[in-house]
Each structure stands twice: as structure tokens, then as C-alpha cells.
Design a protein around this ligand. Structure first.
Ligand SMILES: Nc1ncnc2c1ncn2[C@@H]1O[C@H](COP(=O)(O)OP(=O)(O)OP(=O)(O)O)[C@@H](O)[C@H]1O
Ligand SMILES: [Mg+2]
Length: 299
């Protein structure tokens, strides 16, 4: 089996409670509605890629509980290969519990569960070596971060792409240096690149390129994206849409951009594809609803 992309990141079930108001200590609130959906940044990107016909696998860890089964089932239904997922007999699968009030304010509680306990020795190296690209997203736990770094070291022939999220953007640049040296595409948003480099996105991107990153693709929210490989730089305007729910827009962007990379598109086309796939998920509730298929792509 050969994979274009194997995603490696946290797996969570998202439980979203709509409440009359977010309770403070010693207060009581009412739950008005409840929705549950499989999530996790790398997992959402994997589903986005599979919908576009990219041969996609996954490395991560769940427990043999209801949530673990739900996460794996969702991948199977979407055509993401699950053979790289470690199923632990102990512990809990990752969950995120969210409370949203009527004004849209959110309170989130994350239980990383077994996501935090990935040991390098548990990863199937042969499986990982079948990827052209390994796409990394963040783990809360240090142990799993170290497992990602070790995996990248062990697979010198595989390309690496990274969506740092807030968790890795808070790390020191030196901690990320071994990953950045190997990085084909780095996908921060504007806030994350500023946190990481201390500079605005243009100067920040230069710093990352100097550290060995080949392409920096900065997600700029309602302003689209900025992409650069050191030779060419493009500020690419977004698709005009009415935003319904921004959950997973960044993950969808990565899927669109990586689809472009896998299909040898130009830097500008990759950026347009990222903007497009993100725009489609923004118009529907949930991180995975709205993710387009290959035939829906504009270019
Ligand atoms: N209002 C909008 N209109 C059109 N496109 C948008 C809008 N907001 C975001 N996008 C698209 O979604 C992409 C990703 O959004 P954003 O920059 O918020 O990423 P992010 O902060 O990583 O998101 P996430 O919260 O999912 O991690 C943008 O690069 C852009 O293409
Ligand atoms: Mg993001």
C-alpha cells in the first residue's frame, strides 16, 4: 500500500452542548441541545484529503472505547486508511467538551486521554514509510510530540508538513528546529506565526524559510492566505461566502493545499485550492460537513 499523505495528530470526539449560559463555579445552567462529532485537526485534514481522492492514512491513538470506535468508523466511512491507528486497551480516547451559549461564547474542556501517551515504539514504522508526505498537527502531551520528532528522524525520505496550531506555536523555535529543517509546507495562522517568530507574517515566513522550511502558507482568516517559497510570494484573496461555522476551516485549508502539492500544482494554485476547500466547510456547521469532492474544485 502506498499513501500520498499520512496524517499524524490527536484524535478527539467533539461534544458540543448548547446552553442557556456558561455556568460559573457553584452555578447551574441548562443544556438546550447536544451534538457529537469526530474531530481532531489532523483527522479533519485526513477526511478532507480522502474526499478529494488523495490516498490517505493516519497515525494516532485511541482507546478501545465507544469514542475510539466512533473515530475509526468515521475514517472507514470516508476512505481514510486506519491501519496506523494504535488502539489501547487502557485509558480513554480523547474528547473535547464544549459549551456554547446563546451569544456564541464558548467554554472548552479538553481531555487528551491516550493522545498524550504515544510512544515512538508503538508506531508502525513500515506503515509510516509508505507515505510520500507525513502531515503533523499538535499534541498537548510532550511524549507524543517527541514521538513525532523521532518518526521524522527515522524517515529521511518522507516529506513533512506541519500545522502547528496554538500548542506548537507556543513552543520555542529551537524545539521545532529539527522538524522545520525537514518541513515542506508549514501552515500557521497569522497569530501563530507571530507567536513563534515574534514577527509579522511576511518577516516571520522569511525566518522559517531560513530555518529550512520550503513553503510557508499563512492562513489569514477572512483575508485569505499568504504563501511563499522564498522565490515567489502571493497574497491570495479568499472566496466570497457567508460564514456559518468556522470550525475546522484551518484543517480544510491544509487539505486543499496538500491536494495541490500531491498533484504538482503551482504555489499560487495550492493557495487557491486551500482557500476554496476552507470556504466550503465555512458555509456548513461542523468541521467535516461541506468538505468538497474532486469534481467540485474550481481549478
Ligand atoms: N470570512 C471568510 N471568508 C472566506 N474564507 C475564509 C474566511 N475566514 C476564513 N477563511 C478561509 O479559511 C482559511 C483558514 O481560516 P483561518 O485563517 O481562520 O485558519 P485557522 O485560524 O487555522 O483556523 P482554525 O480555527 O480552524 O484552526 C483561510 O485561510 C481562508 O482561506
Ligand atoms: Mg488552525
Amino acid at each position: 500500500m502506498k499513501f500520498d499523505v499520512i496524517c499524524f495528530g490527536a484524535l478527539n470526539v467533539d461534544r458540543l452542548y448548547k446552553v442557556n449560559r456558561i455556568a460559573a463555579a457553584d452555578e447551574e445552567s441548562e443544556i438546550l441541545d447536544f451534538k457529537e462529532a469526530p474531530g481532531g485537526s489532523a483527522a479533519n485534514t485526513a477526511v478532507g484529503l480522502a474526499r478529494l481522492g488523495v490516498r490517505t492514512g493516519f497515525i494516532g491513538k485511541v482507546s478501545a472505547d465507544r469514542e475510539g470506535r466512533m473515530l475509526i468508523r468515521a475514517f472507514i466511512d470516508e476512505g481514510v486508511n486506519t491501519d496506523g491507528i494504535i488502539v489501547s486497551e487502557y485509558g480513554r480516547s480523547g474528547i473535547v467538551i464544549g459549551f456554547v451559549d446563546e451569544r456564541g461564547e464558548r467554554a472548552l474542556y479538553v481531555d487528551p486521554g491516550v493522545n498524550s501517551s504515544i510512544d515512538f515504539s508503538e508506531i508502525d514504522l513500515k506503515y509510516a514509510s509508505q507515505a510520500d508526505i507525513i502531515h503533523l498537527t499538535s499534541f498537548v502531551g510532550e511524549k507524543s510530540f517527541q514521538a513525532q520528532k523521532r518518526l521524522v528522524e527515522e524517515l529521511p525520505q518522507v516529506s513533512v508538513t506541519i500545522d502547528p496550531g496554538m500548542i506548537y506555536a507556543r513552543k520555542r523555535l529551537e524545539e521545532l528546529a529539527p522538524l522545520l529543517r525537514r518541513c515542506l509546507v508549514f501552515f500557521p495562522n497569522e497569530h501563530e506565526i507571530k507567536l513563534l517568530t515574534g514577527k509579522d507574517y511576511r518577516e516571520g515566513a522569511e525566518i522559517l524559510l531560513d530555518m529550512g522550511v520550503k513553503i510557508v502558507a499563512v492562513k489569514l482568516g477572512s483575508r485569505g492566505c499568504y504563501v511563499t517559497d522564498g522565490e515567489k510570494s502571493h497574497l491570495i484573496e479568499p472566496f466570497k461566502i457567508k460564514v456559518v461555522d468556522s470550525t475546522g476551516a484551518g484543517d480544510a485549508f491544509c487539505a486543499g493545499f496538500l491536494y495541490g502539492i500531491v498533484n504538482n500544482r503551482t504555489l499560487r494554485e495550492c493557495g487557491i485550492l486551500g482557500n476554496f476547500v476552507a470556504s466550503r466547510t465555512l458555509t456548513e456547521m461542523g468541521a467535516r460537513n461541506g468538505l468538497p469532492r474532486k469534481n467540485d474544485l474550481p481549478i
